[in-house]
Every structure is written in C-alpha cells, then in structure tokens.
Write a protein that binds this ligand. Structure first.
Ligand code: NAP
Length: 254
C-alpha cells in the first residue's frame, strides 16, 4: 500500500476514451488523486479533453497497445470507448492479455424500443441502407465514418447529422453539423420540418442522443436501428458509478 490507507492509494489508470463516460470517469479519478491517462484516437479536430494526461493517436494495433501497456505499466486499463468502436475494444482485450494488465470495459446499456415505436433492426450499415424503401426521406445519425454505405441509395433523400462535416458526402445530401445533447422538442421539429420518413441510428445507448428515438416514436417515424458489433468477453460495467466501485475494490484488494 503506497500511502498507508485504502482511500489514499494512488493507481495508474489508462482510459481508452472518446466518450462522455470516459471523460466523467477521468474527472472523478483525477479528483481522487489517481494518475490517469486518457487515450483518444484523434478523429475530431477539437476534442473535449478530460482532466489528467491525454495522449492522442492510434497505438499501432494489438502489438502497439501491448507494448504501450508494458512500458507504462498501468494498474488498470479501462476501455470506455464508444459501443461501435469494435477494433480498439478487440485490441484492448488482446493487448491486456499479452501485457497482463487487468481490463475493465465501461459501455452503456443499449436502448430498448419504446412502447409503440416502429423499430427495424439492422445488423450492419449495409443492411440498414438496403432496407430503406425507395423515395425515403432519411435522417441519418450514424456519424461520418460509415456514411458511404448509403451513397448507392440515390433514390432516397438524406439529412445527415454529424459532429464534423465530411468532404466525401454527396453534393445533393443535406448535412447538419451538431453535437448532442438534443431535446425531444427539437428532434420532433427536425423530423417534421424535413418530412423525415425514416430515422437511421446506431444503438449507441445513453441519454445524450436518446431524444431522437423518443421523438420518432411519438411521431410514428420508423427507426432503422443498427445493432452493436459483437465483442470478446471482458469484465463489463454499464455506468461510471459502477466503474468507480470496481476501481475502489481494486484499490482495497489489488
Ligand atoms: P475503432 O474502429 O474501434 O478503432 C480504429 C483504430 O483507431 C484502432 O485500431 C486504434 O488504432 C484507433 N483508436 C480507436 N480508439 C482509440 C483510442 N481511444 N485511443 C487510441 N487509439 C484509438 O474506433 P472508431 O470507431 O474509429 O472510434 C474512434 C474513437 O471515436 C474512439 O475513441 C471512440 O470512443 C470514439 N467514438 C466512436 C464512435 C463510433 O460510432 N464508432 C462514436 C463516438 C465516439 P491502432 O490500432 O493504431 O491503435
């Protein structure tokens, strides 16, 4: 025990971030005196930075992450990336195994269908794109990385909402750059204003972007809900509070 009492024990924790939960966790852990580094992929130009140390950019696959863990020797690796960030989450499982670093996954609960809502589940973006009926007016809320799957649907009209514009977007699409949280009234207004017939969403979960789901349900707008990618088994918690509780146990017993 480094500081003589359980509460004062300082731990080195590496958080794989890019989510609100990762920032909230880093904020709490830094306030408790832990030595926290958050890792960001570097996708957004002006990311919201958490307190503590921040490193930006890929590690170089499983080997790169394992080498980083071996060099920096964190007591715990927390994968708090987005539920659709499947590659880094898979790398976290493999690299933590190689380096012998305990891993905790913090991933929010998926949304479940509100009563009366019309949900069509899609396993992939390509499935979602091919499920749209001809002439659909679509609100696309999947970010910018996977929008290409919808480019062949020139028979549909698209309003794509994303944090940063992508130069790849077809000229006849309408792009709305915005970042949550959004409220239900605003989302209803958006759906009505643009005559949206279909909402496409990832099942991201969490309160920040839930309003579109509630608004679509209220208006009877069908939702094409893209399911989360499957991930390898890892110790998993759903909330920041649960993560803090696991880390407190680790400080007491680890
Ligand atoms: P991904 O497909 O799972 O990862 C692709 C590569 O990006 C990884 O192999 C890794 O490169 C690098 N990477 C991803 N997250 C990283 C992190 N936190 N720190 C360092 N390197 C990281 O990831 P993604 O879906 O592109 O997501 C990238 C970031 O955006 C993540 O931090 C995620 O939490 C956030 N985000 C994603 C979404 C989404 O819908 N996918 C939504 C909101 C936020 P190396 O192999 O070189 O290490």
């Amino acid at each position: 025990m480094e500081n003589g009492n359980d509460h004062g024990r300082k731990r080195r924790i590496l958080i794989l971030g890019g989510t609100g939960e990762a920032r909230a966790l880093a904020t709490s852990l830094v306030a408790m005196g832990h030595d926290v580094t958050t890792s960001l992929a570097g996708r957004t130009r002006a990311p919201l930075l958490p307190p503590g140390a921040v490193r930006i950019g890929g590690f170089g696959g499983i080997d790169g992450l394992a080498a980083y863990l071996a060099k920096t020797r964190p007591h715990l690796l927390v994968d708090a990336t987005h539920p659709f960030a499947a590659t880094i989450s898979a790398n976290a499982v493999a690299a933590s195994g190689v380096a012998g670093t305990p891993l905790l996954r913090l991933v929010r609960q998926p949304w479940s269908r509100p009563g009366g809502a019309v949900w069509l589940k899609a396993a992939t973006m390509a499935d979602a794109a091919s499920s749209l009926p001809r002439g659909a007016r679509v609100l696309l809320t999947i970010g910018r990385q996977e929008v290409e799957a919808f480019f062949p649907r020139t028979d549909c009209w698209f309003l794509a909402r994303m944090i940063e514009h992508s130069p790849a977007i077809p000229a006849d699409w309408t792009v709305l750059t915005a970042q949550g949280p959004f409220d239900q009234q605003g989302e209803k207004h958006l759906l009505v204003e643009h005559g949206i017939t279909h909402l496409v969403s990832k099942n991201a979960g969490g309160p920040q972007t839930y309003a579109k789901i509630a608004a679509a349900a209220e208006l009877g707008v069908p939702v094409l809900m893209v399911s989360r990618p499957g991930l390898a088994q890892a110790r998993t918690v759903r909330t920041v509070a649960q993560a803090l509780s696991v880390i407190a146990d680790l400080c007491r017993n680890g």
